[in-house]
Design a binder for this molecule. Sequence first.
Ligand SMILES: NC(=O)c1ccc[n+]([C@@H]2O[C@H](COP(=O)([O-])OP(=O)(O)OC[C@H]3O[C@@H](n4cnc5c(N)ncnc54)[C@H](O)[C@@H]3O)[C@@H](O)[C@H]2O)c1
Length: 327
Amino acid sequence: MKIKNIFLTGASGKVGRALLPELMAAGYRVRALEFEETLESKATEILKGDLRDPSLAKKALQDMDAVIHMANCKENRELFLDTNIKGTFQLLDETMRCKHIKQFIQAGSDARAGIFFNPRPYPIDENFPHAAYPGYYAFSKVLEEVMCEQYRIQYQTPITVLRFSWVHEKDDFLCHITLKEPNFGVPIWKELAKTAKQKSFFEKKEDGVAKLVHPGGKPGVRHIVGIKDVVQGVMKSIGNPAAIGHAFAITGPSAFSYDVAAEYAAKKLNLPVVEFELEGFHDFSHNISKPRSLLGYDPQYDIFKIIDEGIAFRKAGGKHQEIKYIG
Ligand SMILES: NC(=O)c1ccc[n+]([C@@H]2O[C@H](COP(=O)([O-])OP(=O)(O)OC[C@H]3O[C@@H](n4cnc5c(N)ncnc54)[C@H](O)[C@@H]3O)[C@@H](O)[C@H]2O)c1
């Protein structure tokens, strides 16, 4: 399958920002959709536009061989139907009509399986049915995938769905696991502080490293992904005939246990470990044998590497960016 010209949405977003330079370096011609934020890196062509505009898809897909659809809005009741659902529909429908698109890569999410909020098979794999956790964002991720599935079934549209886990870059994970702000993701440790010892960290503005445990003390287990592995997942999928018609879990090489992550980060940061109990957190781990075997996906960013890169980022004076997706 020969792909040269790619229409990329969400090019200024978290994943798009990391992906665009890799696509360019690999020699693709990229038409990047620019919405409200100016693109940081070079694209072959910039198309300014809004997914909600019904005339966008026709212009955007003209002369293209593939679509990589990364744009969407997050938790937003007012916007999600027009941006995520109608926006994706318009791109899929134009793909079906124009016939020259050889691959449509849809950014999916493990939110579609309701991980974390609900007990799930351990490990979970791609065959688990859609069953999102509460919220319009997770609802979007299911509806986007259902539309993709139907275009594949009804019109043989060449779909690839890449279901990312919670994506980490820079010092995201340190912002998550340490007590001081900025916070990244859920849970918010301050909200779980019950004992005087736990509360004193926040009262005295002292930092620590959180260890999430279930009632009774068993550490929580979670599976996240480093942004470079996300980019690798997309790069291994684009133009790959083995990727057509499939959904893949694009996540880290292994799940992490909060006790292991907390001990490791605490030692590196010279901070104490503080235990927080959370009822209703459900451990999850993804089986990634499908992307490994079909795509040759070989993720590199385990929790130790994610922590090490976060520390290196801070040491180099890096500042955390505004957080849009709470994870
Ligand atoms: N970040 C994560 O942890 C994560 C996890 C799983 C799945 N995903 C999925 O990956 C994809 C990319 O996520 P991200 O974190 O890069 O998102 P992001 O919020 O950082 O970026 C979203 C992009 O969509 C664009 N956009 C929003 N509304 C638009 C509109 N009306 N018209 C055109 N463009 C519009 C924004 O300009 C931005 O470039 C999304 O589909 C997301 O659901 C992300």
